[in-house]
Each structure stands twice: as C-alpha cells, then as structure tokens.
Design a protein around this ligand. Structure first.
Ligand SMILES: Nc1ncnc2c1ncn2[C@@H]1O[C@H](COP(=O)(O)OP(=O)(O)OP(=O)(O)O)[C@@H](O)[C@H]1O
Length: 336
C-alpha cells in the first residue's frame, strides 16, 4: 500500500536559532488515525500548520495522495483543520456555519441541504440546526466545528487539541463520538494532543514528539507497554523511571534480572510491591484516589510512587515500609 501522507525530512523554522521541527519523517495510510503526542512546545502544532499549508517549510517535502503539496496553497490542499478554539461565525445558524465551505465552493443548494443534513445527523445536531452558536454548549459548538470540517470531505482532517476547551465529561463523550465518526466515515486524521489517555483511546498509531523530533512511533500498545526511552516512559505514566549505569540503579543491580545495555528502567506505581522486599522507604505523601491510595516514598533510590488498594490497611506519614521493584512490571528503556 502506498503512503497517503508522507512527510520527508521536514524542517520548520520560525527564525530562531533552532528549528521548531527538524528533519521530520513520517507517513500514514488512508483512513488511519494518527495521534501526535508530546509536551508543550515539542512542535505538534507547527507540524500541523505545515501540513495544512499555513507555514512554509524551510526544507523537506509533504506528499498527500501521491501529490507533492509542499508549495500548494492551503485552500487547494484538501486538508481540513479543527482547532481548540472553534471560531464559529456568531451571526450564522448552525446549518449555515456548516454550509459555509460548500457555499464558497458553489455547491448547489439541493446538494448543500443534503450534505449538511447528513453531517449534522452524524454529529447528533440535527435538532439544533437553526440555533445560533451562542445558544449552544461548548461541546455542541465543538461538534459544529467538526461538522463544518467534515462536510467539505477533506482528504485529511487535522485536529489540534480539539477537546481541550471541554470539561472532563464532555471530553469523554466527544472522544467516543470522534472514534465512531472515524469508523463510520473512514476519514484520515491526525489528532494532536498532550493527553496520553486521549491518544491511547483514539489512535491507530501514536507518534511521540520531543523537541521537534520523533521520539517513538508505534501502536498504542507499543507506546504504553514498550516505551523506548525514559522520556516516553515518563510521559506514559511510568512514574518511577531511573537511569541505569552499567546495568545498575544507583549502584544496586535490580534483583533477579538482566538489564543488559539498557539506559533506563521504569515501573508504574501499581507495579511496585508494598510491604515486602529488599528496599525500604519512608512515607512522605499519601493520596486517596478512590480505588487505590498512592503513596510517595522517600528511598535511597530516590522518590518512589507506589499504589495499594484503598481497602488495605493504610500507612501513615513517616512510616517506614519495605517494598520490592519486581521484574514483572519493569520495562527496560534503550535510551534516556
Ligand atoms: N509563531 C511563533 N513564532 C516563534 N516561535 C514559535 C511560534 N509558534 C511556536 N513557536 C516555537 O516553536 C516550538 C514548537 O511550538 P508548537 O506550538 O509547535 O508546540 P506544540 O507541541 O504544539 O505545543 P503546545 O502543546 O503548547 O501547543 C516551540 O519552541 C515554540 O516556542
């Protein structure tokens, strides 16, 4: 299968001493949903701007559907963009907001009616077609923005933190809605987020970016279970990440397993065994999280976060507890 979108050695510069994005290579297939994940400032939005045609690359090429679009104007690329601020036209109804792009393209009134009705139905807004944006909730406005981008049938839809203005419940609702739309319509999408849970829930593939470069690319399972570096592990909730020197953690060889040439090792809080093991730590923090209590231990290895069932006997501040960092649940990290 040939690549639907292919970025080759893409370098993007705002004129500063270091490029915002450097030598980026990635490709995706039609109908794939790729999440671009990474901390603030790593170059996610900049990459999207370049794909959308809002920014000229310093070097490199962008191919979309077998066509070099590197120098094609934004409005001729067939790329749709949805930002976190949905910027609807305040004086137009929901229907007219969604119809806007089709009117510009001089689509016939009958076709506009058919296409807008279909898209409004698919985002569950048919009953609100005559409302003005100010009469809608944040989530509904975001759905109008989404409908407006989908209705023009872009080859590629770019979503830049589209849910970040919504409250937690709406985010969840919209997340499953996006997932359903993606399945139903098979739109090729790139989804920018710095929320790992959102990326895991939505994406076929995740690309983790760091300082303008790709740190790791893989399926959600790859990224969540097999991070390649301390950076990715930290980002994916391995809150106990340690550098290894000569296979040892602070001079101590992790008991019972080979660390080989790994540069780091990591455990999630739930993988740390509390109440038994060769290590000792002092409780310096405890947070009740509902199902579990998360303890922060001060230990000779550094701070350790460990979880215990909330139903288990609680540990008090200042208490010394034994703990184990077992092989099961540890990941070895090839890079820092
Ligand atoms: N208009 C601009 N002018 C100059 N530098 C910029 C501009 N926009 C972004 N940058 C810089 O480019 C780098 C990448 O920024 P970008 O907005 O792509 O990051 P991001 O990963 O999308 O971050 P966030 O999650 O905060 O949106 C950062 O170092 C940022 O400071």
């Amino acid at each position: 299968m040939s690549d639907f979108l292919k970025l080759e050695k893409l370098t993007l510069n705002y004129g500063g001493p270091t490029p915002a994005v450097e030598n980026l290579d990635f490709s995706m297939q039609a109908s794939e949903l790729v999440a671009l994940l990474g901390p603030s400032g790593c170059g996610k939005t900049t990459t999207m701007r370049a794909i959308a045609g809002l920014m000229k690359p310093a070097s490199g090429t962008i191919m979309l559907d077998n066509r070099d679009i590197t120098r094609v104007p934004a409005n001729k690329r067939g790329v749709g963009l949805v930002f976190q601020s949905y910027a609807l036209f305040p004086h137009l109804s929901v229907f007219e907001n969604v119809a806007f792009g089709l009117r510009l393209a001089r689509v016939s009134s009958a076709d506009i009616k058919r296409r807008v009705d279909a898209v409004l139905a698919s985002v569950g807004l048919s009953h609100l077609a005559d409302r003005q944006p100010r009469e809608l909730s944040g989530g509904q406005q975001q759905r109008v923005a989404l409908a407006r981008s989908i209705v023009v049938e872009p080859k590629l839809l770019l979503l830049d933190e589209p849910l970040s203005n919504l409250d937690a419940r709406l985010r969840l609702e919209m997340r499953s809605e996006l997932s359903r739309l993606q399945d139903e319509l098979g739109i090729t999408m790139i989804y920018v987020t710095h929320d790992q849970a959102e990326a895991l829930a939505l994406a076929d593939r995740i690309i983790v970016m760091r300082e303008g470069r790709i740190e790791q690319s893989g399926t959600p399972e790859d990224i969540y279970e097999r991070p390649v570096s301390i950076f990715v592990a930290n980002f994916m909730g391995f809150e106990n990440c340690f550098e290894l020197t000569g296979g040892k953690l602070k001079g101590i060889a992790p008991a019972g397993f080979e660390t080989g040439s790994a540069a780091g090792i990591a455990w999630r809080p739930h993988a740390v065994l509390l109440g038994q093991g060769a290590h000792k730590g002092t409780v310096v923090g405890a947070s009740y999280l509902g199902q579990v209590v998360e303890y922060l231990l001060s230990t000779p290895l550094g701070d350790i976060k460990a979880e215990a069932l909330a139903s288990a006997p609680r540990h008090g501040m200042g208490e010394e507890i034994a703990f184990d960092l077992p092989q099961a649940g540890a990941v070895l990290l090839a890079r820092r």
